[in-house]
Write a protein that binds this ligand. Structure first.
Ligand SMILES: Nc1ncnc2c1ncn2[C@@H]1O[C@H](COP(=O)(O)OP(=O)(O)OP(=O)(O)O)[C@@H](O)[C@H]1O
Ligand SMILES: [Mg+2]
Length: 270
C-alpha cells in the first residue's frame, strides 16, 4: 500500500524559475490497485512519480510504502521496493550490458553489490522461458547488448525486469509514448499481464484516454500540482473516453475563467 500525505515540491525556490510542482497531494493506494494518472503537460504527474521513487526529497509531507515511512530514504534504497519504466526506452537499463546481465542486476535489486552480475543456470533458464513468452525472438539473444534492441523490445524487457522480483509498487511514466502503435499495444498488453499476474500495486501515467478507460481500477487527474479528480469503483468502470475529455474541457474552462477574473482584478487596481 502507498500512502502519500500532504506532499509539496517546489523546484528552484526563490529564483525566477521557481515552480511549485506539487501543491499538497494526498493519495492512498490500496494494495493491488492499478491507478492511471492523467493530466495536462506540466500538471505534476512525473513529479509525483519521482517524489515517490525518491528522485528528490519532498519539501513537506510524507510517503509511506507498505507501512514503512520512506520519505527520507534515498532513491537507491526505495528502488528495492519499486519497479519503474520510463518514457524513454534508453532509461532504466544499462545499454552496454547484455540482456542477461541487466536481468542479473534487476534480480539483485536492493541487495548488496558484489554478488557478481551473473545468473545461475536455473535463473538463466527461467529468464529464457519468460523472455520467450514475449514472442519477440529475444530468448536467443540474451547475450546481446540491450542497447542494440528496438525501443519496443527494450520497453518490454524493462517491464519484465521491473517486475522480475515482485515490487511493492510499479511506476510507469508514459512508458509507451515513444513507441510505434503496434509496439505500444504489445507493451500495454504485457503491462496488463504482468500487473494482473502478481496483482501489482501500480501507478501509470498516460496521455491516452483509451488506455485510461481500458486499464486499471482508478483514475486520478492531476492539475497544477494537485489531484483535481479521482474516479474509482463503479464510476471508473462506467467512464468513457468522452467523459474524460469533458473533464479536461471543464478544467480548461475554469482556468480561463480564473485568468479573466485575474485580468479584471488587475484592471480594477491599475
Ligand atoms: N527537475 C526539475 N527542475 C525544475 N522544474 C521541474 C523539474 N521537474 C519538473 N519541473 C517542472 O514542474 C512542473 C511539473 O512537471 P512534470 O514533469 O511533473 O509534468 P507532467 O505532468 O509530467 O507533464 P508531461 O505530461 O509533459 O510529462 C513543470 O512546470 C515542470 O517544468
Ligand atoms: Mg511527465
Amino acid at each position: 500500500m502507498l500512502k502519500i500525505t500532504g506532499i509539496h515540491k517546489t523546484f528552484n525556490p526563490g529564483t525566477i524559475n521557481e515552480v511549485h510542482a506539487l501543491r499538497g497531494v494526498d493519495l492512498t493506494i490500496e494494495e493491488g490497485s492499478f491507478v492511471v494518472v492523467l493530466g495536462m503537460n506540466g500538471s505534476g504527474k512525473s513529479t509525483l512519480l519521482n517524489a515517490v521513487a525518491g528522485s528528490f526529497r519532498v519539501d513537506e509531507g510524507s510517503i509511506k510504502l507498505d507501512d514503512r515511512d520512506v520519505t527520507k530514504w534515498p532513491e537507491h534504497r526505495r528502488a528495492a521496493m519499486i519497479g519503474r519504466v520510463f518514457q524513454n526506452p534508453f532509461s532504466g537499463t544499462a545499454p552496454d550490458m547484455s540482456i542477461a546481465e541487466n536481468f542479473a542486476m534487476a534480480a539483485s535489486r536492493g541487495k548488496t553489490r558484489g554478488l557478481g552480475w551473473a545468473l545461475s543456470k536455473g535463473l538463466m533458464d527461467a529468464l529464457r522461458d519468460r523472455v520467450a513468452t514475449l514472442k519477440m525472438g529475444l530468448e536467443d539473444r540474451l547475450d546481446n547488448a540491450i542497447g542494440s534492441l528496438s525501443g519496443g523490445q527494450r520497453q518490454a524487457l524493462t517491464l519484465l525486469m521491473a517486475s522480475w522480483i515482485k515490487p511493492s509498487l510499479l511506476l510507469l511514466d508514459e512508458h509507451t509514448a515513444a513507441l510505434d502503435p503496434k509496439s505500444a499495444d504489445q507493451v500495454i498488453e504485457l503491462s496488463k499481464e504482468v500487473i494482473e499476474k502478481d496483482g501489482l500495486t501500480t501507478l501509470m501515467v498516460t496521455h491516452s484516454m483509451q488506455q485510461a478507460v481500458n486499464l486499471g481500477d482508478r483514475i486520478i487527474m492531476m492539475h497544477r500540482g494537485q489531484i483535481a479528480h479521482d474516479f474509482r469503483g463503479a464510476e471508473k468502470k462506467r467512464l468513457r473516453a468522452e467523459d474524460l475529455l469533458d473533464c479536461f474541457e471543464e478544467i480548461r474552462r475554469r482556468e480561463q475563467l480564473d485568468e479573466s477574473a485575474a485580468a479584471m482584478l488587475e484592471q480594477l487596481y491599475i
